[in-house]
Design a protein around this ligand. Sequence first.
Ligand code: PLP
Length: 388
Amino acid sequence: MMLTASDPRSREAATTLPVYAQLPFVPQSATGCNILTEDKRRILDLYGGHAVAALGYGHPRLERAISEQSKTLLFQSNAVALDIRASAAEKLIEVAPDNLRRVFFVNSGAEANENALRMACVATGRSKVLAVSHGFHGRTAAAAAVTWNSDKWYGFANKPFDVEFIERDDCAAAIEKIGDDIAAVIVEPVQGVAGAYDLSRQFLAALRKQTTTHGAMLIADEVQSGIGRCGHFFAVQAYGIEPDIISSAKALGGGFPCGAVLCTEALATKFGPGDLGSTFGGGPIAAAAIVAVLETIENEDLLANVRAREAQIRNSCVTGPVGKIQGMGLLLGLVCNRPALAVRDALLEQDILTGTSADPNILRILAPLVLKEEHVDRLAKALASIPN
Ligand SMILES: Cc1ncc(COP(=O)(O)O)c(C=O)c1O
């Protein structure tokens, strides 16, 4: 298709770094689970802007929180205490695993992991971090150092600490590699970018046991799996695991950029003024969005909805090109009998947006938590209609 000079795709191509492979439509507005495009298409969004749009689009509670907060107090930094920031921290602690009692606010997933890793190195005085094969943790120096296969684009001459990878679900390797020299193990309980791969309960239990035995920090990267996406506020709660640190972002603000690091009281005692910092982290609008998202998940019983929609997808969507489904909640990987990209494109022709993953055969569903039964029916029908 020839694009006109005024098309946003031409204008972005002329002005921004060419680092994103972009989808072939231009959103103009969005409501509920639907994106309305410039050329009047109405696309069912099962991708949620990389797992961000937890409440879909135009949710009145979130809209109100952001607009009212912007009118009363647009911004103040952490140089002052704020009622709304305290409320956001209290609410996060309320929904988090019981052992996590403290919050450090940041702006993105990579920044959350960057700080989580720094906290672990500082607290233990150690300089080696273990990560899990196929994991993705972000693009900044420390987060990318623990990202599987990041050597392809890492770009820096040196990594900030020693890194070794454990093969995912290899309990013996976890037991062997976690020793007294390890500062932290970082893990996504359900690996998002890898294709919604839910790690085994035994593997996560082995990581928890070994890190505790050896005084290493267990960091759960819940940037993608958290905030209700897996049918629990955090996926570790489904596994019955209490990590020392959780990193959170993406859905945390429902679309308003923000992130958070949650940690234990014991870890918090290792830090004082000046040790960590962020200008925008915990800003009032981000804090208002966090409160609105977490309260809405509770008030609208969205965790139950996520589990119901997961069951419906598992029951109805192993059809057409899909042979198997993995993952948890609405972080699902549809394992296809052909390149997932071809399936994504075929669904998009039917105005349904899904995502690919690092696994070429896995299509990812990262739908808003407000997804409805009729939306899943539409997905199942569209998949069934794709010729085999
Ligand atoms: C599990 C996980 N951690 C960290 C990140 C990085 O988050 P951000 O893009 O907000 O820096 C991502 C992004 O996809 C992610 O999926």
